[in-house]
Write a protein that binds this ligand. Structure first.
Ligand code: NDP
Ligand code: 1BO
Length: 316
């Protein structure tokens, strides 16, 4: 397995398992199969409402001697309703309790959007805080403090654009160690990637397969990464699946990647993508793919009379 390296020298496995929309009832097995197959990096979040089952998969794998805690890299994310300083530590403690762990390897601010405590998804204007009510620097200070207290080893953010990252950098404390954002050939985000590299911020690519989800009617006309002819041609050349090429593309960019699957054979297939080396010609073909699309449209955070705009989290 390839690794990326944090500034203090700690490694993060470049390929991990995503768990969003992995239902309770299936995610325990997905995590267990992943650890059995060799994954050591699992991406979680409180809002996925499945951390207890993820924890069960981890626990069972440890009990069977498949993996030790110190070999694992577990990420979770602070939900939007716990951005106030006093809410951060209890939120992290709940996640740790649900996962059955005593520390996380990485804790991220999930979105630069604050909701009133106890609100899962906003239904009206009253459910939101603004940046004046809860500045991002307040939440970031709390993350630095839970790290200092030993509850997590590394801290970072998710869905942060350059302006929001700069706001934290200019506050003068610790620079975020990770930014987890949507990244795939339809959304390479070259400027954000360059900015993060300049500031020593690692990146994780979410929705690397284009989050294909036929259950979601609203997205039925989205372009499909897993049906793109350029990706298909490169897959044929490498005798690989299209999913593997998409995963290998992030790895070639030295960006961590967290494909989600609850299917045992796809979990194994995705893991094997770490062995695929794309060449310069493949990367050029993908660069010239000519389709630009963001799958996660962010409307969740900008609707219901929200004080937030998509420009609060995205540049391009
Ligand atoms: P992905 O791009 O990983 O796509 C997942 C979908 O692809 C599932 O429907 C899965 O189905 C299917 N799939 C998995 N492997 C293959 C394969 N080899 N070939 C064909 N289909 C495949 O989408 P996600 O949006 O889930 O992103 C991955 C992870 O990133 C999330 O699970 C989450 O952990 C994280 N994330 C973080 C966000 C954030 O705001 N920070 C936002 C979105 C995601 P099946 O399970 O049946 O295999
Ligand atoms: C609730 C949407 C965020 C996925 O990580």
């Amino acid at each position: 397995m390839k690794y990326l390296t944090f500034k203090n020298g700690d490694p993060i496995p470049i390929l991990g398992l995503g768990t969003w929309k992995s239902e309770p009832g299936e995610v325990r097995n997905a995590v267990f199969w992943a650890l059995e197959a060799g994954y050591r990096h699992i991406d979680c979040a409180a809002i996925y409402q499945n951390e207890k089952e993820v924890g069960q998969g981890i626990k069972d794998a440890m009990l069977e001697g498949i993996v030790k805690r110190e070999e694992l890299f577990i990420t979770s994310k602070l939900w939007n309703d716990s951005h106030r300083y006093e809410d951060v530590k209890p939120a992290l403690e709940k996640t740790l309790n649900d996962l059955g762990l005593d520390y996380l390897d990485l804790y991220l601010i999930h979105w630069p959007v604050a909701l009133k405590h106890g609100v899962g998804f906003a239904q009206n204007r009253e459910d939101f805080y603004t940046y004046l009510d809860v500045p991002l620097t307040q939440t970031w200070e709390a993350l630095q403090d839970v790290k200092a207290a030993g509850l997590c080893r590394h801290i970072g953010v998710s869905n942060f654009n350059r302006a929001k990252l700069l706001e934290l950098i200019e506050a003068g404390g610790e620079i975020p160690e990770m930014n987890q954002v949507e990244l795939h050939p339809f959304l390479p985000q070259d400027k954000l990637v360059a900015f993060c590299r300049e500031h020593g911020i690692l990146l994780t690519a979410y929705s690397p397969l284009g989050t294909p989800d036929s259950r979601n009617e609203r997205h039925k006309n989205d372009p499909r990464l897993l049906e793109n002819p350029v990706v298909a041609e490169i897959a044929k050349k490498h005798q690989a699946s299209m999913g593997q090429i998409l995963i290998a593309w992030s790895i070639a960019r030295e960006i961590a990647v967290i494909p989600k699957s609850v299917n045992k054979s796809r979990i194994i297939e995705n893991f094997a993508a770490a062995q695929i080396e794309l060449d310069a010609h493949d990367l050029m073909e993908i660069r010239d793919i000519g389709i630009s699309h963001r799958f996660l449209d962010g409307s969740l955070h900008t609707s219901h009379n929200s004080p937030y705009k998509s420009s609060d989290f995205w540049d391009e």
